[in-house]
Design a protein around this ligand. Structure first.
Ligand code: PGA
Length: 250
């Protein structure tokens, strides 16, 4: 049985005061016996303050991105070691905005995945197709290219620390949620990929989150699909009430 995993991606939003208030509200609002793992991924500059705000609670903290190198002349970047140093547990890698706005390839994502795993950070590896790719019947091809490329060289044992997130790009921030059937079909395909690429144990244990306009009102239907094990939430993660509503649906 896979334990649901709900993560909030705050993207480039909030002030420091808002970030701490939101994190504190989640830390105190979440039941210790909640039937889900929960993480928040604030902007990098607020990670430290959010780690402090959720300390001792059931809320873990993740970063939204990292550089694959340990240190050096990479102006503006954060290393995995820095994230680990301040208490991050997770790191989102290959989010569609990193892939499509910042031009990251699956091979870039792959380098980061290896660095994160070597450091003991748990990557949330995102994949998903654009609307034109879906309309051209390329959904399966695009997702399998992103999965193969992003997970190249990652062993079956390492997959115990990896979460996957399927985020159809056309559903992110658009209010256009994939139907539970559309999402479940891709999640089932991803699980088949894991069985083929690794083995049944990996396929049965890796958690696959759905992301793209998840809200308290649609979370229950999405999360009740057999292959949807959680959610990566953007907009609705910016309010404690709606994020706690999604956690309650899990
Ligand atoms: P959204 O974003 O929930 O605002 O659609 C999801 C994501 O980008 O992870």
């Amino acid at each position: 049985m896979r334990r649901p995993f709900i993560a909030g991606n705050w993207k480039m939003n909030t002030t420091k005061a808002d970030a701490v208030a939101l994190a504190s509200a989640l830390a105190s609002g979440i039941n210790a016996d909640a039937n889900a793992d929960v993480a928040v991924c604030p902007p990098g500059v607020y990670l430290d303050a959010v780690v402090a705000a959720v300390s001792g609670s059931a809320v873990a903290v993740g970063a939204q991105n990292m550089h694959h190198e340990a240190s050096g002349a990479y102006t503006g970047e954060l290393s995995g070691g820095m994230l680990q140093d301040i208490g991050c547990t997770y790191v989102i890698l290959g989010h569609s905005e990193r892939r499509h706005v910042f031009g990251e390839s699956s091979s870039d994502v792959n380098k980061k995945v290896h660095t994160a795993l070597a450091l003991g950070l748990k990557p949330i590896v995102c994949v998903g197709e654009l609307l034109e790719e879906r309309e051209a019947g390329k959904t399966a091809d695009v997702n399998s290219e992103q999965l193969y490329g992003s997970l190249a060289g990652v062993t079956a044992e390492q997959m115990a620390n990896v979460t996957l997130a399927y985020e159809p790009v056309w559903a992110i921030g658009t209010g256009k949620v994939a139907t539970p059937e559309q999402a479940e079909a891709v999640h089932a395909d991803i699980r088949k990929f894991l069985a083929y690429r690794y083995n049944d144990e990996v396929a049965n244990s890796v958690r696959i989150q759905y992301g793209g306009s998840v809200k308290p009102g649609n979370a229950n239907e999405l999360l009740s699909q057999p292959n949807i094990d959680g959610a990566l939430v953007g907009g609705a993660a910016l309010s404690a009430e709606s994020f706690l509503g999604i956690i309650a649906a899990a």
